[in-house]
Design a protein around this ligand. Structure first.
Ligand code: PHE
Ligand code: ZN
Length: 856
């Protein structure tokens, strides 16, 4: 086994035997030969400990201790680091000095110091700092950083507050001790969109969003979102910003969404830049949410960080939870909750059911980059939400106050986190902890009975085995329940039932008649619900009457799923579903954004999963057809109401990304999507020509492609869009992505094959690669074509990207995680591609861990 395949274990954690007081870094930037000089003051905590430093791809020029250059025999070097033997180190505090050379211009993995369109930029989370200098690159080693940069510019940025700013040289001092993964440096020709913020204690903070010239006109929304985030964190969590300056930089080449480096957030430009012509309503909402997420990390992540990477969800779960609540407060709370649950089910439930299932706090990994997952992030957030249900509103605030008070400046664990909840609420959370340590989504089966005014709900919970975890003891599950009268009136206030046993009954007394239960209101726990046949709820009734908006929407979704699953097996449209949609379209009181969500048909991937669970092997072509037939039937049955709404929801006046007009547009586009199934794309084509904003323009473009009669409508719209936007990288990403999602399944592969020939397909740019490849794999029936050519095409591209950018290649490989759901032929075709990848010579640690896990 090579170094590359070592498994890291939570159980092997050892504290670092040295304290780092101060880190002085001096960068002389050069694309091919950047010099990095590091002076680190160290204090030994244990006698005779060797000093282990991580380092990868560094050319060591010099190494000394207290000014004495080390002899070659005093340390050992490998391709992952350097160990200074204990005998070479003083017992007292000492100064370690190193000089290394690195080549940012040839760094295609975009981890460490790299270049993007002439600009220098860093990405250090999780283990990128070791590609910059020799260092104990682990989150529990915290130090203050003093950074000097020269050799490029004119703009030179790092963490903390500026100390010296002169032409060609800058010094930055970060007064807050931090782990190396929060280090950042940016240099290049940038311009700022600036503003300021006064904190609750009256301190002024300079705010800057740094972009390439020309982009500064698209920063206004992000800057205002930052101010709203700063205000919200003060008001809701009592957390104030702690430096004189807060910088955000937008870069075009970035592996992830954004990064919370202390005082110097670095963003994928996609999640900063916005103008009405180029960004959709969805983009605006995401930008606001991601700006908030990175800002909130300043307290949950930076001031309190993680002891080791197994604890990643300590910072990510909590910070996602905070950004979700922020967006819910800024926009329509119930609509945001529905969107979050849709994403959780589509990504995290899918992950939890397959070969990549892992606990929110994993206990082993080979490559930590593979654990930035929906389970760590989104399920991590759900767990925080459950804790809040268990301790209540005030209990939650008390726990968080204690967390900040007790752990500020520390690197913590999930145990520390749960302890503050136990200490502040007096509750025993030992069983609850299983949410962090156990993988898999529990399934609740519900039965009920009514007798002499007493209504009983019986729950049974089961979690199926996941890789490496066969035994699934019961979890502590907060289940929010309401009871409705047959007229649709709430009979009780929403109540949290706490389930802790494998089977448990809950009794409600003194009821005049049998109530209709509304279970798991607001999606109070990340579980799946199964109703025993005799307890099957009247979904149309709930869709019409439930006072809990989440459960109203969910009832509609369940009804739609039942219908389309039956249709994929030869059944007909369920008239009660169609009638329920008819009622919804006439419900003038419903919020447009909410109605729009109710009109969305289940995704093909979700239908495939439902068929698999029903013991059928999903036929992607039949799923596609069933969904189309259902959409068409709804459009025909409700054409008048739909076109009336389509007209009524038109938004007049200049574009604003606010929730109210955005909600109207989303309902308008949902009706358009159905109507396009019967008008050959005529309305979509008209809207495409008339639209003055990207939201409508892009949706109309997709519908021209998917619904356009003949090839003419779609191709003409695509060509027109390309001609207009070819100079805009973010918009062109949408062009690549949308047409693949919208293609007829039998055309998706040929379209993808011709798009990779497009001169604008810059596959080394992660956004461009993702927009094409994720667009293709999202075309469910196109990706899963029977001959396996979709799988082969996709695997070819993963293999091509892997040597350059393993992190992105590995993340994208999850398109194959559902292989076990399909028929034997597709299974073997998918496995064959996974095997071909796994056996490739020189495969990255990232992609080899992913393929090995998927192959099981
Ligand atoms: N920590 C970042 C976030 O959640 C995500 C990230 C991880 C970015 C790794 C880059 C690399 O906001
Ligand atoms: Zn985060």
């Amino acid at each position: 086994m090579s170094q590359n395949t070592v498994t890291k274990l939570l159980s092997e954690y050892q504290p670092f035997p040295f304290d780092l007081e101060m880190v002085r870094l001096d960068f002389q930037l050069d694309p091919k030969a950047t010099q990095v000089r590091a002076r680190i003051s160290m204090r030994p905590l244990r006698a005779a400990a060797p000093l282990e430093l991580d380092g990868e791809g560094l050319v060591l020029r010099k190494i000394s201790v207290d000014g004495r250059v080390l002899a070659r025999t005093e340390y050992s070097q490998s391709d992952t680091g350097l160990v200074i033997h204990a005998a070479a180190l003083p017992a007292q505090p000492f100064m370690l000095e190193t000089e290394v050379e690195i080549a940012p211009a040839s760094n295609t993995a975009l981890e460490g110091l790299y270049m993007s369109k002439g600009m220098y930029c860093t990405q250090c989370e999780a283990e990128g700092f070791r590609k910059i200098t020799y260092y104990p690159d682990r989150p529990d080693v915290m130090a203050r950083f003093h950074v000097t940069v020269s050799g490029a510019g004119p703009v030179l940025l790092s963490n903390g507050n500026p100390v010296v700013q002169e032409a060609g040289r800058a010094e930055w001092l970060d007064p807050w001790p931090k782990p190396a993964y929060l280090f950042a440096l940016v240099a290049g020709d940038l311009v700022a969109h600036s503003g300021s913020f006064t904190t609750m204690s009256g301190r002024a903070v300079a705010l800057n969003i740094w972009v390439r010239a020309g982009d500064e006109t698209r920063c206004g929304f992000a800057l205002e979102a930052l101010k709203r985030s700063m205000t919200w964190d003060e008001q809701v969590y009592g957390r104030e910003y702690d430096l004189d300056i807060f910088n955000i930089v937008a870069v075009d080449d970035f592996n992830m969404g954004a990064m919370e480096n202390k005082g110097l957030n670095i963003f994928n430009s996609k999640w900063v830049l916005a103008s009405p012509e180029t960004a959709t309503d969805g983009d605006y909402e995401r930008i606001e949410g991601i700006i908030a997420h990175e800002y909130f990390h300043n307290w949950t992540g930076n001031r309190i960080t993680c002891r080791d990477w197994f604890q990643l969800c300590l910072k990510e779960g909590l910070t996602v939870y905070r950004d979700q609540n922020f967006t819910a407060d800024m926009r329509l709370g119930p609509v945001k909750r529905i969107e979050d649950v849709m994403a959780l089910r589509a990504r995290q439930f899918r992950e939890d059911r397959g070969p990549l299932a892992h606990p929110p706090r994993p206990d082993n990994y080979k490559e930590i980059n593979n654990f930035y997952t929906a389970t760590v992030y989104e399920k991590g957030a759900e767990i925080v939400g459950m804790l809040r249900h268990l301790v209540g509103e005030e209990g939650y605030r008390a726990a968080l106050d204690l967390y900040f008070e007790r752990h500020d400046g520390q690197a913590c664990t999930i145990e520390d986190w749960l302890q503050v909840f136990e200490d502040s609420s007096g509750r025993d959370l030992r069983q609850f902890k299983r949410w962090y340590t156990d993988a898999g989504t529990p399934r609740l089966t519900i039965t009920d009975s009514f007798k002499n005014g007493t209504y009983t709900l019986d729950f049974e919970q089961k979690t199926v085995p996941t890789p490496g975890q066969d035994d699934k003891p019961p979890r502590h599950i907060p289940i929010a329940v309401g009871l409705l009268s047959p007229q649709g009136r709430d009979l009780i206030e929403t109540t949290i039932l706490e389930m802790t046993e494998a089977r448990q009954s809950f009794v409600f007394e003194g009821l005049a008649e049998r109530p209709v239960p509304s279970i798991l209101r607001g999606f109070s726990a990340p579980v799946e619900l199964d109703f025993a046949p005799e307890a099957a709820p009247d979904l149309a009734f709930l869709l019409a009457h439930d006072s809990d908006p989440f459960n109203r929407w969910d009832a509609g979704g369940r009804l739609a799923l039942q219908t389309v699953v039956a249709m994929a097996q030869g059944g007909a449209v369920d008239p009660s579903y169609s009638a329920a949609i008819g009622a919804l379209l006439k419900d003038g009181a419903a919020d447009p954004a909410f109605s729009a969500l109710c009109l969305h048909l289940p995704a093909q991937d979700q239908i495939a999963q439902a068929l698999h669970e029903a013991g059928k092997s999903p036929d992607p072509e039949a799923i596609y057809q069933a969904r189309e037939t259902l959409a068409q039937a709804l459009a025909m049955a409700h054409e008048a109401a739909l076109s009336e709404l389509y007209e009524a929801m038109a938004v007049t006046g200049p574009y604003r990304p606010d929730p109210e007009p955005a909600g109207r547009r989303s309902l308008r586009l949902a009706t358009l999507s159905l109507l396009s199934r019967i008008d050959g794309g005529a309305r979509a084509r008209t809207l495409f020509d008339a639209a003055d904003n990207m939201t409508e323009s892009l949706a109309a473009l997709g519908l021209c492609v998917s619904a356009g009669v003949g090839v003419g409508v779609g191709e003409a719209a695509l060509a027109q869009f390309r001609a207009r936007w070819q100079g805009d990288r973010l918009v062109m990403d949408k062009w690549f992505n949308t047409q693949l999602i919208a293609s007829k399944p039998d055309q998706a592969l040929s379209r993808a094959q011709s798009l990779v020939q497009d001169p604008l397909y810059d596959w080394k740019n992660p956004n461009r690669f993702r927009s094409l490849m994720a667009g293709f794999s999202a075309n469910h029936a196109g990706f899963h074509r029977q001959d396996g050519e979709g799988y082969r095409f996709y695997a070819d591209w993963l293999l091509r990207l892997d040597p350059l950018n393993p992190q992105v290649a590995a993340r994208m490989s999850t398109a194959f995680e559902t292989w076990a759901r399909y028929d034997l032929q597709r299974q073997s075709l998918m496995r064959a591609q996974l095997m071909r990848i796994a056996q490739t010579e020189g495969l990255s640690r990232d992609l080899s861990e992913m393929t090995a896990r998927m192959l099981g």
